[in-house]
Design a binder for this molecule. Sequence first.
Ligand SMILES: [Zn+2]
Length: 167
Amino acid sequence: MTATFAESDLCVESAVRAAVAAVNDPEYPDVSVLDLGLLESLQVESVTEHGAESVIAHVGLIPTFSGCPALKMIADDVQQSVESLGSIDRCVVSWLAGPVWDSSRLSVDAQSRLAEEYTVVLRRKDGSLLCPVCGSDAVMDQAMVGPTRCRSVAWCPSCRNPVEVMR
Ligand SMILES: [Zn+2]
């Protein structure tokens, strides 16, 4: 039997949202997975199991890149963070097949942190790249292998800096 929250609903959901925001991406240790735009859905339900009531949070995330090896780590961290809330008994984290992540899901804060601290360049809607160091739009895509499958490395001919491209 399933009952949904009424008045306390928003309050519990914002607590869960805050718990998700407390989890940072393993690859960018001071950028939260919430700021990265990974959180797609959030649902809290109260379920009666074996005569006892449990509050279960369902968190739906979308990956930045489907083969990213950090996914398991992120899911575990989110689950742990949400379950540390006194109001949540269990958290179920799932990776959703859609929508497809794109850089427009990043918060303004995440965009500037990625640019300033990690020299990460974002591909714009027209496919061009903008250098996070000097602002040049002459960044060349290179077939170099990045540090992980989620990222690749490009070269800025204007300021001669290597920059990371977030896919
Ligand atoms: Zn540059």
